[in-house]
Design a protein around this ligand. Structure first.
Ligand SMILES: *Cc1c(COP(=O)(O)O)cnc(C)c1O
Length: 226
């Protein structure tokens, strides 16, 4: 298997990336735009954590790929689509409202599951990126219903930096997310060991993200490029 992996470029890309990253940092392989054969090259190296940014794509790929893949949802999630992924989703990175969290909790209860979730923060300078700011997050966590949600487990934060060549801007955005995580941890989650995840870092900025405290990378193009 190892020899096969070395011969194929996607596997080689993945193994090379993995060998450079500490085992304390989880790699989430973003398989959007990729079809079965490419994804299987990474799977055959023993990797099981994959992510998509669209519900339709997770559902389609889940059906044609092995059942032991842990699927993460990393894209904007509409409330009316939660029930389609709640039976199996391993983690939802994109929680950006109390209403969405409430719906995930409701569907997870029906499925008799507890779903791991991350709060998505808006840290980039671009207008288009989804996410909470600290004020909205505080309101959400302090809402009286928040602690009654027994079928979601809030494990940390997620954010996307600006698409910027200026690494100082990117670095400062990651610093901001780490700071948000530390503040939330100290104020609300100090007793919860499972509040331990900072999902930040993609193909172009994962080295900076790791330096700034990322515990979970979401990487696609770097692995699937030729
Ligand atoms: C596509 C995507 C990624 C991966 O981006 P690459 O640059 O291909 O590594 C990470 N996070 C989110 C939310 C994405 O949509």
């Amino acid at each position: 298997m190892i020899i096969l992996c070395i011969l194929m470029s996607i596997s080689a890309n993945f193994l090379s990336l993995k060998s450079h990253i500490s085992e304390n940092v989880t790699i989430v392989v973003v398989s959007k735009f990729q079809e079965k054969d490419n994804i299987m090259q990474v799977y055959d190296c023993g990797h099981r954590v994959f992510a998509e940014n669209k519900v339709q794509e997770i559902l389609r790929k889940k059906d044609i790929l092995p059942p032991d893949i842990q699927w993460h949802m990393i894209g904007h999630l509409q409330r009316n689509k939660v029930k389609q992924i709640s039976p199996f989703i391993s983690m939802i990175h994109s929680v950006d409202s109390l209403k969405l969290l409430r719906e995930i909790n409701k569907q997870a209860e029906k499925d008799e599951r507890v779903i791991d979730c991350l709060l998505q923060f808006f840290i980039a300078s671009e207008e288009t990126k989804f996410g909470l700011d600290m004020k909205e997050a505080t309101q959400m966590i302090e809402d009286t219903t928040f602690s009654s949600f027994k079928h979601v487990r809030v494990c940390g934060v997620m954010g996307m930096a600006s698409f910027e060549d200026n690494t100082n801007i990117v670095r400062n955005e990651f610093k901001e997310l780490k700071n948000i995580f530390d503040n939330l941890k100290a104020k609300y989650f100090s007793d919860e060991a499972s509040f331990n995840t900072i999902s930040m870092g993609m193909t172009n900025d994962y080295n900076i993200a790791i330096e700034e405290g990322s515990t979970m990378l979401r990487i696609g193009s770097k692995i699937f490029q030729n």
